[in-house]
Write a protein that binds this ligand. Sequence first.
Ligand SMILES: Cc1ncc(COP(=O)(O)O)c(C=O)c1O
Length: 408
Amino acid sequence: MESGAIFAGLQPNFSAVLCSSRCTSALLPPIFADKRQLCAPSLKLRKRSHFPTYSSNNVGAASLASNVTCELADIDWDNLGFGFMPTDYMYIMKCLQGGDFSKGELQRFGNIELIPSAGVLNYGQGLFDGLKAYRKQDGNILLFRPEENALRLRMGAERMCMPSPTVEQFVEAVKVTVQANERWIPPPCKGSLYIRPLLMGSGAVLSVTPAPEYTFLIYVSPVGNYFKEGLAPINLVIETELHRATPGGTGGVKTIGNYAAVLKAQTAAKAKGYSDVLYLDSVHKRYLEEVSSCNIFLVKDNVLSTPAITGTILPGITRKSIIDVARSQGFQVEERQITVDELFDADEVFCTGTAVVISPVGSVTYLGKRVSYGNEGIGVVAQQLYSSLTRLQMGLTKDTMDWVVELN
Ligand SMILES: Cc1ncc(COP(=O)(O)O)c(C=O)c1O
């Protein structure tokens, strides 16, 4: 099916919510063309002269007028959750096994075609990543450490026998996709644009073997809080029978199968009223690993501890950033083995991840024993680190770490 056709049915009403910021439109797509007159004339667009020209069956972006303005998408920006919402464009780039990625292009967002014998469908040869774009008060758009996601994708690709885009290709693709979907970036402080890069074996296989062709794809969706609790504490339960990762396995990379593997424990936990599952190491069943989609930290006095990266835990970019921010603020940070017993002695526990940023943990239940933290609120240390990191990510504070990439 032609993706534009699917997309056309999803067009929001353009009549509302004037964009208070400058909206991008060097990439102004056909769907905007007949809406240009709706755009506020006083708002100036940024011209993106570095954009490539796309082939005619895709986005004829560079050829479109740039001195026009556009509106924010007409959605309820005050009630964004962490659910998928289709946007305008996705980015696609392909590569043959043994070759290099090239000729990436924007396409209208829509379904993709895969041969039934694609490596990703049959043998799970696939990776994803996740990062966010924020809209600043001045209208500029910020990315947070996108080259870290690129490096992590490359590391994962190596483990999964896949070629991967270069760091430069990855970052450029992210920028182009975000700019093309700019009207979907929430207004400042309402949320962010979640960016989801995928890398998959799209070529046909029958025996267990690396696919002959690979597809790199990026789509985006506006998001609010990941946990419905928001910054309110979440309640975790420790899983002792089901494991998400084993030594020598793929727990340390963002391969798609790792996430299917947590669904059973997560679904059972949610049915019992918990927010998510905290996993132990699968060998000793004694050391903390991580939550289904975030890393974990314990606070005791002035010391932060987090499980060391040993191959079974995802090396989170938020984790890495929080470690640096905490150290810069005088905290001692230890990356080490943490026994489950230490949970009972901690002052605070919190999770980190792109989706949650920081999520305070209100309680952990282990073999029927529940330990609670704080008084139903976020702990002092978690709050301090959350503020520091989110202010950086949103451009509200000077970026002394050189982590923020500004699109202008
Ligand atoms: C299993 C797992 N652990 C930790 C994280 C946190 O990583 P990051 O901070 O890079 O989002 C994620 C999210 O990507 C994850 O899926």
